[in-house]
Design a protein around this ligand. Structure first.
Ligand code: TXA
Ligand code: MG
Length: 332
């Protein structure tokens, strides 16, 4: 199969509709990362997404809808705090988990009684979802366990020959996956951190808890238990306080001929003055937006990526830290 990258226009939207209605999958941009979408009502189409990605079949998918879609057709029991949160943050990088009405294929939620719903703000995503007027089940459009894609070329690299069409909406401005928020209880619970931070949710909803997954336990959000986002080279993660130990490690590896690169923010890069750096930028939003593209750039030229954690660990940096730990297989 030839994989085509197309700008989002009438003809590519028409083709995407044909593919999706025929039970196929189309990659599309969102403000976080690219998604690989299929018709959420069609079980074979949803199962095919798991196959294309090599995704474990107990890791549920998020359903994407356009901003005017009537969600009450899909989910039940939307609590007051969720209505407030939706008003404040949607469309945007916040996925909300509700009790499912069981209308979409059971393959979407892997048999769970809940359904994760997302209304992306990316203009191209909105056009695509509006044009199809269907709930679109979509994981990130990478091969399972690889780094999530933040550009059409990343999707092409991972899925060339496996899908027909990639809708090109440019570089994703957000860069890390949406915040996943459990809205089935009395108060919201963050299952996966992201750009809509726990602090932001707390301000609107009054309170917000964070779920911490313990190794071996039944995960409330199955995605948590998998090693994700890994680049195809050796990696390690150092705490910010250990940055000079990271520099020493980099120098010793370079001394042995290993192509080591330091991955860190601009301030740390300036302080350490290493020659080979994957610079994530200065502001929190820049760091999040660049994280995956720098990991992909790094795996193309490095034998070994030595990542240094950001100094700050809350807000947006909580999401960045979560992804860095997964990329580096670190318990830091
Ligand atoms: O930003 C994003 O969320 C991107 C774009 C494409 O929208 N999508 C994405 O999908 O990151 P994926 O499949 O890579 O991650 C979905 C996450 C997983 O951690 C999964 O366990 C969780 O959402 N999830 C999905 N349905 C759930 C449910 N019913 N209950 C709890 N967690 C759920
Ligand atoms: Mg993913």
């Amino acid at each position: 199969m030839n994989t085509k990258i197309s700008e989002i226009d009438e003809s590519s939207l028409k083709l995407s509709k044909e593919i999706i209605e025929d039970g196929g999958a189309v990659a599309f941009p969102t403000e976080t990362v690219y998604g690989l979408g299929a018709n959420a009502f069609n079980t074979a189409a949803v199962e095919n997404i798991f196959k294309i990605k090599g995704r474990p079949n107990d890791n549920p998918l998020i359903v994407h809808v356009h901003k005017d879609y009537d969600l009450s057709a899909l989910v039940d029991f939307v609590p007051d705090y969720a209505v407030k949160l939706a008003k404040a943050f949607l469309p945007g990088p916040l996925t909300m988990v509700y009790k499912s009405k069981g209308k979409v294929s059971p393959a979407v939620s892997c048999g769970l009684e809940t359904l994760a719903v997302r209304i992306p703000s990316h203009e191209g995503a909105q056009r695509f979802l509006k044009y199809l007027n269907l709930p679109i089940a979509a994981p990130s459009a990478n091969v399972s366990k690889h780094v999530s894609p933040t550009a059409a070329e990343h999707v092409f690299y991972d899925l060339n020959g496996k899908i027909e069409l990639i809708l090109n909406g440019g570089k994703c401005s957000g860069g890390i996956e949406s915040t996943v928020l459990d809205c089935t209880g009395e108060a919201p619970v963050v299952l996966r951190s992201g750009l809509i931070t726990r602090e932001m949710i707390e301000k609107v909803a009054g309170s917000c808890a964070e779920y911490v997954y313990k190794e071996g336990a039944a995960a409330r959000s199955p995605g948590m238990k998998y090693k994700h986002y890994s680049p195809a080279c050796r990696t390690s993660l150092y705490a910010y306080e250990e940055r000079f130990a990271a520099l020493a490690e980099y120098k010793s590896e370079r001394g042995r001929g290993v192509k080591a690169f330091i991955l860190c923010d601009n301030q740390t890069a300036t302080e350490l003055k290493a020659e080979y750096v994957l610079n994530l930028g200065s502001t929190e939003n820049e760091i999040a937006a660049n994280l995956y593209s720098k990991l992909r750039e790094g795996e193309g030229m490095a034998d070994y990526i030595i990542a240094i954690a950001p100094e700050k660990q809350n807000g947006v940096m909580a999401g960045v830290m979560n992804r860095l730990k997964k990329a580096c297989g670190s318990n830091l």
